[in-house]
Design a protein around this ligand. Structure first.
Ligand code: CA
Length: 228
């Protein structure tokens, strides 16, 4: 799939950070690294990752504080956070502190185990990146083979329309603003006018309704688009 899951590793210990980054990249993920909490928060605001692997013990801003801030913001609270900690008592404390972390791993951990946890979080939060088949009413999207069908009939989509539908079908009913769709479908680095979003939504609608089926994409005035 052209969309590659982006993982942020936040760890001040260089050897541990590099081993993690190396193994995540070997799995095909795009990896960003931060050595402290401040940098992590900046990176998250600039280029939101799909999963954050976050060490508890960091200089200045602790992992717990980073997690709390991520989970307190609407734009970032859906990003899964896997907390790393040196001792199981710390994990108990993290749980007790209600930081909102999605998973906890005690050091020393096996890299294989951590990779499995990362994949698990992506399957749960971003199924379209995990090669799964996503279904909304009579629409089926296979993120592995890139095939889309409606009522069993193939729907022909260009790559941009496919990514648009992947995004919308992951969370039916959620309203996406044009800016959010630009970030998700085109990426932050590319300059595209928000009207381009409308053009591609129009193409997606046309493809999905080619057999006379009803239009599943809803325009929410002043807000954006949603599926259903
Ligand atoms: Ca540390």
């Amino acid at each position: 799939m052209s969309q590659i899951a982006h993982i942020l590793v936040v760890e001040d210990e260089p050897a541990q950070r590099e081993v993690l980054a190396y193994n995540l990249e070997a799995e095909g993920f795009r990896v960003s690294q931060a050595t402290n909490g401040e940098d992590a928060l900046l990176l998250i605001a600039e280029d939101a990752p799909e999963v954050i692997v976050l060490d508890w013990m960091l200089p200045n801003v602790s992992g717990i504080e980073v997690c709390r801030r991520v989970k307190s913001r609407i734009e970032t609270r859906d990003i899964p956070v896997i907390m790393l900690s040196a001792r199981s008592e710390e994990v108990d404390r993290v749980r007790g502190l209600e930081t909102g972390a999605d998973d906890y791993v005690v050091k020393p951990y096996s890299v294989g185990e951590l990779l499995a946890r990362v994949r698990g979080q992506i399957r749960r939060s971003r199924p379209a990146l995990a090669g799964q088949v996503l279904v909304y009413e009579d629409i089926q999207l296979d993120s592995e083979t890139h095939r889309v069908t409606r009522n069993g009939e193939p729907v022909k989509l260009g790559p941009t329309e496919f990514r648009l539908l992947s995004t919308l079908i992951e969370k039916p009913g959620r309203v996406w603003s044009r800016d959010q769709l630009l970030d998700r479908v085109w990426g932050r680095d590319i300059y595209v006018d928000t009207r381009t979003v409308d053009v591609h939504v129009g193409r997606l609608r046309k493809a999905l309704t080619a057999n006379g089926d009803s239009d599943p994409v809803r325009t929410v005035r002043g807000a954006g688009y949603s599926l259903g």
